[in-house]
Design a protein around this ligand. Structure first.
Ligand code: 3PY
Ligand code: MG
Length: 253
């Protein structure tokens, strides 16, 4: 099932977060019971080649793949869709103009200016003909604009109203830096919770999806109550550390 269809089922989806430049590791994450895997090219160590190979490994495990592009790399957003990623997260979307440029790379005309060439995506999703892929791509692919600064929060309604933007993705670490005017980084700061809740409810009102990076998995049910439909959990090293801690505690009695 495609990511868009899973999101339409109205339950909280959980994504793993792949930072290690390894398709084997991305495939291993996809074989865990996550709903999807996000490959991070902004802060993760992925190159284009490891990211694109990871999309194939994630797809082979029966899961949809999401790519986070580096700041402003809208060329990679179109390319990610061609390579079979079903959603793209764009960091630091701080204005309606940023949102429009991102949406334009993600959607075919008349919504945007995505150029034709989804050869790998067509191989992966073999139920599509070129014509049926073209007709459904704008509706099935997801453009998620990151809200992670005060400027983005101020522009939120305009970003949500932008044609071709399917949802927002909250980055609580950068948001905490911006909110404190650079005083520190504290993604679980109490003061931010109201801001995160407001973003969730405004996205719902606008008929768009809200997603968030969850530093602590214990926060995910609360995000669900705020209207969020997708939460990304920690990074692959974090997941290995957490698993190792559980195993070692058992082994050492
Ligand atoms: C942030 O919290 O700033 C993020 O970008 C999450 O990955
Ligand atoms: Mg960030």
């Amino acid at each position: 099932m495609q990511l868009r269809d899973k999101l339409d089922q109205d339950r909280m989806l959980i994504s793993a977060w792949s930072t290690s430049p390894s398709e084997e590791m991305a495939g291993a994450l996809a074989r865990c019971p996550f709903d999807t895997v996000t490959v991070d090219m902004q802060h993760g160590a992925h190159s284009e080649s490891t990211a694109f190979a990871s999309a194939g490994a994630i797809f082979a495990a029966g899961k949809p793949a999401i790519l986070r592009i580096p700041v402003g790399r809208n060329d990679l957003a179109s390319r990610a869709l061609d390579m079979g990623f079903e959603a793209v997260i764009a960091p630091m979307i701080n204005s309606v103009a940023d949102a429009r440029a991102f949406a334009s790379a993600m959607k075919y005309p008349p919504v945007g200016e995505r150029s034709w060439g989804p050869m790998k995506a067509l191989q992966m999703h073999s139920a599509y003909s070129p014509e049926s892929y073209f007709r459904s791509a704008n509706g099935k692919t997801l453009s998620l604009a990151m809200i992670e600064t005060r400027a983005a929060f101020a522009a939120l309604d305009g970003i949500l109203a932008t044609d071709g933007i399917d949802g927002v993705f909250v980055g609580p670490s950068d948001l905490s830096i911006s909110w404190s005017d650079g005083a520190g980084v504290d993604p679980r700061n109490e003061e931010l919770q109201d801001v995160i809740a407001t973003i969730g409810s405004r996205a719902q009102q606008a008929g768009k999806f809200a997603a968030v990076f969850a530093v602590d998995p214990a926060d995910v049910p609360r995000f669900g109550k705020m209207g969020y439909r997708l939460a990304a959990l920690n990074t692959d090293p974090g997941i290995i550390h957490a698993g190792a801690a559980v195993m070692l505690e058992k082994a050492r009695g």
